[in-house]
Design a protein around this ligand. Sequence first.
Ligand code: GLA
Length: 714
Amino acid sequence: MKNLTLIVSFLLTFCFFESQAQTISITTDKTALILKVGEKKKLFQDYFGKKVPDMTNNAPQQHEAYITAGTDNLLEPAIRIIHTDGNPSLDLNYISHSVVKKNENVTLTTIILKDPAYPVEVDLYYESFFKENIIKTWTKINNNEKGVIQLGNYASSMLHFDAADYWLTQFHGDWAKEMKMEESRLTHGIKILDSKLGARPNLFQPPFFTLSLNGPADENRGEVIQGTLAWTGNFQFAFEIDQFNSLRVISGINPYASTYQLGVGKSFDTPEFIFTYSDNGTGEASRNFHDWATKYGILDGTQPRLTLLNNWESTGFDFNEARLSKVLDEAKTLGVDMFLLDDGWFGNKYPRKDDKAGLGDWQVNKKKLPSGLSHLAREGKDKGLKFGIWIEPEMVNPKSELYEKHPDWILKLPNREENYFRNQLVLDLLNPEVQNFVYNVVDKLLSDNPDLAYIKWDCNRMMTNTYSPYLKNNQSNLYVDYTRSFYSVLERIRQKYPHLPMMLCSGGGGRTDYGGLKYFTEFWPSDDTDGIERLFIQWGYSYFFPSFAMANHVTSWGKESLKFRTDVAMMGKLGYDINVSQMPADELHFSQQSVQTYKSLESVIWHGDMYHLVSPYKENLAVLQYVSKAQDKAVLFSYTLHTRYGSEFAPVKLKGLDPKSSYKVEETNLFPGTTSSFHENGQSFSGAYLMDMGLHVSSGKELSSAVITITRVQ
Ligand code: GLA
């Protein structure tokens, strides 16, 4: 079978050499990136945009596709190399390219470039996903010299644009306020978005951007490019407008403190830069991302996810078997699929009773849980619940047995004081012994507790005083190789446990990227679960991630009603982290009903087409809609944030429905004892009416929310 696949893929491979095709077209259903071999065998980007006849960008300047440093380039390069003999320049000529149609939907184009004077080869890869209109691109740098070469810059991608003006939407934040959106017009010179945080890279700036051409980005109109780097480490996006008003966008690993020493005969693969183009605004671009991620970007994207009750917000570190037994009962009462045991279950010599001790000692705490984890798992099983657990295996508290045994396993500078964050340090994952340790934490947990159904993998600090005792004199490889080591541990885990659901968490939104999500089934967007704050945070992520990937928990954060907070959490993968026993009867009843309502809507929420109908960044209202691919069912979430005396919200026009079908609109997930104030509740309308005239989806009441189902009746 494997051989057959190889033969088929060989037959589908077309190799082109210099004398043949000099135009290389990387296309999807609606998009084309055209590269051309031109003067002096250089590779140029000829066109990037909508697939139309006669594609060429007609710009007076030709843009080299992957610009090298050291020869005649005057602006930011894609690649900068110092050769073994100290020559700080690179010259790249086109050698050949190949196109492999991997299947009906996916095509891989590889372009080989080479320095005519030095044995350094640079391969550019472009994988295009036809239906989803996504292109994934990365670079391989091959050192065939007789010694080490130094890579100063090594971008995954370089793209060129020629427009009248350029608008950049960036995302930024901090703990509990992640993913804030900010748009500005790019000016001449260079704008850099980057991270230097290492292990928890995305806390201040996550690796996403939206670029809009000829005007600010709009949900439904205009040319936009959305891009992201699949890398759980330092990234850099550079946007440089030159003297001719051309823009170059360079995306890749952050070269900061990372001149990479590439050994003899070695290759360096950059992470993938994933991007999409749309001439119908950010709505279409984000749907492209959702469709792609479901099939290709996130582990088991098409598989179901588990609803859960977590104990972090209700117990913190303070629990024992009796308390957890109560939480298990609460989970059962609520009707969720799983109980997730959070931080605090481990450490004996240094019990994990707060965040000051025990991290690194992954043995169950005998005082808190004398009967062990398997007992809890069994108790859960008897109650019809799955059992999941929290770990943070890359970290250590100085107050731990691990630290005592292996003081050399920690990233820390010689001759400097240790620098703590949340009282902890980062383990030196560059060291293969540490990699084994981290792998074994997971493997032992799963072997000892075969019923374990879920892992929440946390990472609660960034790197500071960054130095690896293992790497010794090669410190500039540290940032890159840390992330690679992280992936290689995950690779091993996935070989043995290919489908175990795992949440990628980093003290909130510190790890939110498609590099990590190859190994994880979901991520934790933020510790902030306040209804309003969360709405904005999820809004930002929704441009790049499908809803099923975002773990959203209903907690007691925030001043909004439980109904409001629940409706917000339902727009992703629903979970709870709240003291269920303390809920008044009506709140408990509401929550039980919400879990069931969610289960009946989850397939539309997870896999439907998402439309941002009204943005909370623009109005005092936020409205989001999901429509099933078959257009037979839709769910609309409406949040009224603020009201003004005498002003009313206009009807909101729906999207993505079949204009000719008739749909019944009904409010669901009502709080017990309340009646719907949705004006059109229970009525039926044509898809055309709903999309042209719209619905009055705001109750007009401050901090209120509504979930409306739109069901095809004929
Ligand atoms: C991080 C996570 C929280 C919780 C704590 C436990 O902050 O984001 O959800 O797991 O760690 O220490």
